[in-house]
Design a binder for this molecule. Structure first.
Ligand code: SAM
Length: 245
């Protein structure tokens, strides 16, 4: 599947969501509110999607921010409003801020950095001493079979368990201060909102050239979610402090 078609599918599938990760907006806000963020922080969000997490940080803690995403479609669906937030359409792995951020977010986008370990290292290097990193990524709640993994195009070592997700943040010289695994309700809400959005879109656009491919991808995701991904896939927000010295 080419990158543009993947991006378009994602945009159609996330049509009814502000957050493009299996995280409830209210639970995200509660998680972000508790963080010991420096006053008037400058926050960056790498692979920001519609930048809902970034918007929340600025709403809750003030300051300003930059949302970075490679997708014009996703950035085009970002909020309108009176926030001191700018956007950069760029590869977040190559993008560099003009000043050191106090807060760096990467939620559901660690693949940009080759996975969670790479993302933790990149965000840790970017953020100012005394600042905060928030990484949201997958982990195994139960290990799938080799055949299940292969059918989904994944390698066994692509994710670890929750302990490993927190450990790799520590290995980036960051100090974990909050961990919030997504609940079954958050996962069900997320997966079925994607399925519903694509089914409704396909029914309304029967002649769209991407329709058959999008439906087949979505129905494969639905079936694998019910068969094994619901039990196997976890997702957690991990917040960590970058020590001052
Ligand atoms: C699963 S979404 C998560 C979006 C957002 N963080 C959220 O949780 O709502 C992943 C995002 O990463 C973006 N992305 C993929 N590759 C990227 C890259 N190399 N640089 C910047 N963004 C990228 C996609 O366009 C998509 O918006």
């Amino acid at each position: 599947v080419d990158r543009d078609a993947r991006d378009r599918w994602s945009n159609v599938a996330h049509a009814n969501r502000r957050l493009c990760s299996p995280v409830d907006e209210a639970r995200l806000a509660a998680f972000l509110k508790e963080l010991p963020v420096p006053p008037a922080p400058y926050t960056v969000d790498l692979g920001c999607g519609k930048a809902e997490a970034l918007r929340r940080v600025v709403e809750l803690h003030g300051g300003s921010g930059t949302g970075v995403d490679i997708s014009a479609r996703m950035l085009g669906d970002a909020f309108d409003g009176e926030w001191d937030i700018e956007f950069a359409q760029a590869d977040a792995a190559m993008w560099r801020p003009e000043r050191r951020p106090d807060v760096a977010l990467c939620i559901g986008s660690a693949h940009i950095f080759g996975g969670a370990a790479g993302a933790a290292a990149a965000l840790g290097a970017l953020v100012a001493p005394g600042g905060i990193v928030v990484l949201g990524d997958g982990y195994w709640r139960a290990m799938p079979t080799a055949a299940e993994l292969a059918s989904f195009g994944m390698e066994p070592d692509e994710l670890g368990d929750l302990t490993e997700l927190v450990a790799l943040v520590r290995r980036a010289d960051l100090v974990p201060i909050a961990v919030q695994p997504s609940t079954d309700a958050e996962w069900d809400g997320y997966e079925w909102s994607l399925i519903r959005a694509v089914e409704v879109w396909a029914a309304a656009n029967p002649d769209d050239p991407d329709g058959a491919e999008f439906l087949s991808r979505t129905r494969f995701m639905r079936d694998t979610y019910l068969e094994w991904r619901r039990a196997a896939f976890g997702f957690a927000l991990v917040a960590a402090l970058k020590p001052k010295a």
